[in-house]
Design a protein around this ligand. Structure first.
Ligand SMILES: Nc1nc2c(c(=O)[nH]1)N[C@H]1C(S)=C(S)[C@@H](COP(=O)(O)O)O[C@H]1N2
Ligand SMILES: [Mo]
Length: 303
């Protein structure tokens, strides 16, 4: 089940350690030669960087989680304050069995899989992350999704006493997000509870967060306490904060620039000072799987 996706990165795709070390040595050796040397190795370096999962250290120390501050290392420094004990998720709206579910009960009987996905922030940095999680469809089906539901609205926990970013009001909290129901039910869409086989770190959205690999990272809402099935397009935090820059869909698209920067390329976190930028892929590399969801839509208008 875990590796059905032709486009999903697996351990088998990962560059063998020896080749990786060689590349590091080559890059180190050529760094002193200046720009010409670097150009010579860029194609090879790009291939290796595109497929290699980031380290747990990188994944847990360079984060966006505005409830804990706006700096990239603020979540790592502050998210130990998040209280994840006895986590409950309310599932309500257009479902047969609305209510407040204990996370342990929701997960009961579901298979946690590993999914190695590209992860692309709208700020044009990226990582490759080996998530552990369950398909969102399986979680939602526990509550019985009704046939007239068209969207899922998601909400992050608010613990003002524990969240410095909430105290400072850096965004309008709770952080909220939304997906169309077909996006939510797509088998690539997961709820992650782990990374590298370990429980997901608080700064990554413990104990459970959304991962939608073909969309910009801000859609992948963290530390979820509510999911509401609805027939109205839900409000989303970044659209509320700046509607001219952030739309509802937010599909990764190298051809549609952010108003203030290009989305054609990205910086892979951990690549080092001299690593070349890598080309951004349509739908973040998941075009084959998800393009059908947007057939007939003008993706330059429906951003
Ligand atoms: N609740 C909440 N979820 C959030 C965010 C946030 O600030 N608050 N930031 C988003 C953004 S912009 C990104 S890029 C990813 C970052 O996930 P990571 O820190 O696990 O890499 O989380 C997303 N989910
Ligand atoms: Mo982001």
């Amino acid at each position: 089940m875990a590796f059905r996706w032709t486009n999903t990165l697996t351990q088998a795709d990962v560059t063998p350690k020896s080749a990786y070390l060689n590349r590091r040595q080559i890059l180190a050796a050529t760094a002193g030669l200046g720009a010409i040397g670097l150009t010579g190795t860029s194609a090879m370096a790009q291939d290796a960087d595109a497929l290699e999962p980031n380290t747990l250290e990188e994944i847990t120390s360079y984060n966006n989680f505005y409830e804990f501050g706006t700096g990239k290392d603020d979540p790592k420094n502050n998210a130990h304050q998040l209280d994840t004990a006895d986590w409950k998720i309310t599932i309500d709206g257009m479902v047969d069995k609305p209510g407040e579910y204990a996370l342990v009960d929701l997960m009961d009987g579901l298979t946690v899989e590993e999914r190695i996905y590209r992860f692309r922030c709208v700020e044009a940095w990226s990582m490759v992350i080996p998530w552990n999680g369950v398909e969102l469809a399986d979680l939602l089906n526990q509550a019985g999704v009704q046939t007239d539901a068209k969207y899922v609205a998601f909400e992050t926990v608010v613990q003002p006493e524990n969240m410095i970013g909430v105290q400072r009001g850096v965004l309008d909290f709770p952080y909220v997000e939304g997906l169309r129901l077909d996006e939510a039910m797509h088998p690539l869409t997961i709820m992650a509870t782990g990374i590298y086989g370990e429980p997901i770190a608080n700064q990554n959205g413990a104990p459970i967060r959304l991962v939608v690999p073909w969309k910009y990272g801000f859609k992948s809402i963290k530390s979820i306490v509510r999911m509401t099935l609805t027939d109205q397009e839900p409000p989303t935090s970044w659209n509320k904060a700046n509607a001219s820059e952030y739309g509802f869909f937010s599909n990764v698209n190298p051809k549609v620039s952010h108003p203030r920067w290009s989305q054609a390329s990205e910086r892979r976190v951990g690549g080092g000072l001299f690593a070349p930028r890598i080309d951004t892929l349509m739908f973040n590399g998941y075009e084959e799987e998800v393009a059908g969801l947007y057939e007939g839509m003008d993706l330059t208008v429906k951003i």
